[in-house]
Design a binder for this molecule. Structure first.
Ligand SMILES: C[S@@+](CC[C@H](N)C(=O)[O-])C[C@H]1O[C@@H](n2cnc3c(N)ncnc32)[C@H](O)[C@@H]1O
Length: 190
């Protein structure tokens, strides 16, 4: 975890280090986990090179992230709400944090420092009969309000109305999810 994290997770009191400078010697770790976090790194190639640096030559990297196709239903609710609030036909997209290191982009980014790359897709479906968890998820993006291009509170309220109407009409709604795990071993260093 890192003090640059907009969500300020570091306030939990957990010991924190930035992934750009890991407190480990070269070639010292058997394995490294980078689970749903590389997309937060200010300099993603540097963070990836740092993971490769600390891994032993046959060490294992396990990273995870989301596909660009993850939770599209929530993106659509948000865009519809933003369009209504702004009074325009099509509202701005929701901030996509993981698109900086998406499942589709990750192999090329990791390939600069890792070999033997494998990708395992993890598809799923969330079916909700209560709008609250979806609204809470959208609300968690408040930390990035300055990037939303739309008034966050009004948009969130409108999104809640749209999602509630969807539940009232159909009894539930489904959110298709697509995440994935990537594994790799550090490229040989001369
Ligand atoms: C989506 S959460 C994932 C948390 C956990 N890895 C998991 O899979 O449940 C993203 C995490 O990345 C951390 N983070 C953000 N920027 C970071 C950075 N520069 N270096 C290290 N961790 C960072 C945040 O503090 C947060 O804990």
């Amino acid at each position: 975890m890192c003090q640059t994290c907009p969500a300020r997770c570091w306030r939990s009191g957990t010991r924190t280090r930035c992934c750009a400078v890991l407190p480990l010697p070269d070639e010292s770790a058997d394995a490294a986990l980078a689970l749903h976090m590389l997309y937060h790194a200010a300099d993603i190639p540097k963070a990836i090179a740092e993971l490769a640096r600390v891994l032993k030559p046959r060490g294992l990297l396990i990273a995870s992230t989301n596909s660009t196709r993850d939770k599209i239903a929530l993106d659509q609710f948000w865009s519809r709400a933003a369009a209504d609030v702004l009074g325009i036909p099509e509202g701005p997209r929701r901030v996509s944090l993981s698109s900086r290191f998406s499942l589709e982009a990750a192999p090329a980014l990791l390939g600069a420092s890792f070999t033997d790359l494998a990708v395992r897709e993890l598809p799923g479906v969330i079916e909700l009969t209560d709008p609250a968890p979806a609204v809470a998820h959208l609300a968690s993006y408040e930390a990035w309000a300055d990037q939303l291009g739309v008034p966050p509170h009004e948009t969130l309220q409108r999104a809640g109305e749209i999602i509630t109407a969807e539940v009232d009409r159909h009894g539930s709604f489904r959110i298709g999810c697509l995440g994935g795990i990537l594994t790799g071993r550090p490229l040989h260093r001369d």
